[in-house]
Design a protein around this ligand. Sequence first.
Ligand SMILES: *Cc1c(COP(=O)(O)O)cnc(C)c1O
Length: 381
Amino acid sequence: MEHRPYIPYNRPTIGEEEIAEVAATLRSGWITTGPRTAQFEEEFRAYTGAAHALAVNSCTGGLHLALTALGIGPGDEVITTPLTFCATVNTVLQVGATPVLADVGEDGNLDPESVERSLTGRTRALLPVHLGGLPCRMSEIWRMARERGLRVVEDAAHAVGSRYRGAPIGSGSSDAVAFSFYATKNLTTGEGGMVTTPHAEVAELMRVLCLHGISRDAWNRYADRGKWYYQVETCGFKYNLSDVQAAVGIAQLRKQEQFVSVRRRLAAVYAEELAGVEAVETPEEPPGVRHCWHLYGIRLAPGMDRGAFIRALARRGIGASVHFIPIPLHPAYAGRPGLAADRCPRAMALYPRLVSLPLYPAMTEEQARCVGRAVQEAVRS
Ligand SMILES: *Cc1c(COP(=O)(O)O)cnc(C)c1O
């Protein structure tokens, strides 16, 4: 086999701009949450068109804050998808609520009809995940939530730069939207995240909960007692983002639209390369949304050996991954009826067919064609 350079499944796209922002932050003498975090919050808020944005140290922390601030807890059911990362259900469990799986639709996202069938008298919130950056059918989810008085929290870990009916993810009718800036995500700060919300009081509560439960007002209220005085108003968490991380985010955010256009171009190259390959189904962008293509997830023909396919790609120097191992398959959730496999037969049937191909802004069109050809070879081998 000819030698080809390795194309990893993912690589962060970090340039001199990020390095310069970090260096300036380190030299400034302020390295934890401060002016750069505030700037990043404001610029991210403007980018998504949200009313409020809070920088956090992970999407997981953001989901936990959002569920807590919205008062979701013991006795409440939260409906979510089986095709997600464990953090989505873990945070529901950590607030003491009960996660309940609905099934996915043909697009791999939460199916509103299945959500409807999963509603009970205890349902308090819906937690859709925009798988790979493909926006969920939000208008149906928002309608159901409106009719039943439910909260909506979006796991938008993959969806920085995605748009639903013209509006960026983060600015819609949900009560909170959590983004991830983990190393593999579209916008990265190494570790980090952001939560947006339309509600001023939810934003303020999340801000207090984010830093031990110390309220900002408390600092001002007791100013006459000295700068050292503060009071803990509620038992909070430690989920703040540092200025060093925010510096990376500020530089990344400036490139985000360009990143999305490169991702879209690469997705188009894949669609072209794989168009005639019978053993492979390629993902589509439905009308009315902008897919940010965080992931390019193909589906193998039913019955194909996915392990052999991924190994054949690896022999050709190409990394691949799977999104996601369905929630019911993890031992941590065994014995929870809300998270049982029989709740989501479509997700379980899709799982053995799922493969995510490399896609990141630092990838070239030629590399995407190279991956496309390797897929064609791998399905024949
Ligand atoms: C990455 C990811 C998360 C967690 O993000 P962190 O920032 O690492 O906490 C949550 N949900 C989904 C769907 C993810 O892919």
